[in-house]
Design a protein around this ligand. Structure first.
Ligand SMILES: Cc1cc2nc3c(=O)[nH]c(=O)nc-3n(C[C@H](O)[C@H](O)[C@H](O)COP(=O)(O)OP(=O)(O)OC[C@H]3O[C@@H](n4cnc5c(N)ncnc54)[C@H](O)[C@@H]3O)c2cc1C
Length: 387
């Protein structure tokens, strides 16, 4: 009996679980190690914050998918592995041997190096903690005459989330109680996208009365402010951080080949360039032959070829090369039922873009929800699924 271990229930691994459910493998035991019973679909997180979706509309039930695939789910976090012994170590002290290992644990937002961040800033990842923090933020704003809220990060996530938060506050809090501001280290919003996207989003921020500080990096967080790299201090009572993700430290520490940022180096087969029985996809990986931005689109697209290659590796068959698409479509919500599309050098906006995004996002969730647990069996779920 061979053992396949999947680390993380991310966007690529949900495809792997789906593929295993459709083609169960005889003589292979599969184990998923991931801390949560579900995966919050990040594409719908701003829509949840804005109030368009209930949280349960945005969940992929990873444990239901695993059960359907006959895969045991250990609710734990991987903290490292020993490639020579082919053994993974988990946060709960458990260790598991593998024949083939696949890693889709995403990027991390480590604010440890930024003074004051751990006490005075809420990072967007892990998403589960961010959701709790947003709920308390609304209560915080309600209870005070005035709260200044600062978002750090001028990428798609930061801009979408601040516009969504503004919509949420308008619906639940009296006008004038919250001031929102966005700090971005780049000169324009969403660098890497066509200039029109940044301009359209700047216009949205201005129309919503959100203060925007381009070209500034945060040097430290204080209880009631942020200090910028210029030395300037800006008043702030609540700080949220949506800057680009970093690599988790444990793949490099475990001896895997990584790029300069610590992301796992993989070849065209999504296979580690240093260890042939280790595969990786999504934000945690860096394709050496086809570098692409970290994005859910590429993580999703890597899912089917990753599933195929894992099955091939387990069967000792030749692997198949994956060439990721050149361009990805980004659909960026602006708070209401309106969104901006970015594709290659083009951009569009309108309510129709929102409807398009909504359709794509709901279809993605529906695809993996065929066996979604009912409220009743969620309540009766026991830990007996753990190996
Ligand atoms: C607000 C927001 C909106 C976004 N919108 C879009 C969008 O519209 N389009 C787009 O393309 N991209 C979007 N992104 C980026 C997108 O979320 C990421 O690129 C995508 O999530 C990467 O997928 P992944 O599978 O690599 O990792 P993730 O989706 O982060 O999944 C990783 C999984 O692994 C688990 N895990 C983490 N560490 C461990 C560990 N050590 N051991 C075991 N399990 C672990 C996590 O709990 C999680 O389930 C958005 C990001 C944010 C924050």
């Amino acid at each position: 009996m061979k053992r396949l271990v999947l680390l993380g229930g991310g966007h690529s691994h949900v495809h792997v679980l789906d593929a295993l459910a459709q083609r169960p493998l005889a003589s292979v035991e599969t184990l998923l190690v991931s801390p949560h019973p579900h995966q919050v679909y990040s594409g719908m997180l701003p829509g949840w914050l804005a109030g368009h979706y209930r949280l349960r509309d945005c969940l992929i039930h990873v444990d239901a998918l695993a059960r359907r695939a006959g895969v045991a789910h250990r609710r734990a976090t991987a903290i490292g592995f020993d490639p020579a012994a082919q053994r993974v170590f988990c946060s709960d002290g458990a260790a598991f041997d593998y024949d083939v290992l696949s890693i889709d644990t995403g990027a991390v937002l480590d604010l440890g190096a930024l003074p004051g961040a751990s006490q005075h800033a809420l990072p967007v990842r892990p998403i589960e903690r961010f959701i709790q923090g947003c709920n308390s933020l609304v209560e915080h704003v309600r209870a005070r005459p005035r709260t200044i809220i600062t978002f750090v990060g001028g990428g798609a996530a930061g801009v979408e989330l601040i516009l969504a938060l503004r919509r949420r506050l308008r619906r639940h809090v009296r006008e004038g109680r919250a001031v929102l501001q966005l700090i971005s280290s780049s000169a324009s919003l969403l660098p890497g996208h066509p200039a029109g996207v940044g301009r359209r989003l700047e216009a949205q921020l201005a129309a919503c009365g959100i203060l925007y500080y381009p070209d500034r990096s945060v040097a430290a967080f204080l209880p009631d402010g942020v200090i910028l790299h210029t030395g300037e201090e800006i008043e702030s009572n609540f700080n949220l951080v949506a800057t680009g993700g970093a690599a988790p430290p444990w793949p490099k520490r475990s001896g895997l080949a990584t790029d300069a940022g610590g992301f796992i180096s993989v070849n065209g087969f999504l296979q580690s360039t240093s260890h042939a029985n280790v595969f990786a996809a999504g934000d945690v990986a860096s394709m050496v032959d086809h570098p692409r931005p970290k994005s859910g689109v590429y993580a999703v697209r890597a899912g089917p070829p990753l599933a195929d290659n894992l099955l091939r590796a387990l069967a000792g068959r030749p692997l198949k090369r994956h060439a990721p698409q050149q361009r990805a479509l980004y659909l960026i919500g602006t708070g209401g039922h309106h969104a901006i599309a970015s594709w290659g050098p083009f951009s569009w906006q309108g309510r129709w873009v929102w409807r398009w995004k909504d359709r794509i996002d709901r279809a993605f969730i529906a695809r993996f929800s065929r066996d979604t647990p009912t409220e009743a069996n969620l309540l009766h779920r026991s830990e007996s699924e753990s190996p």
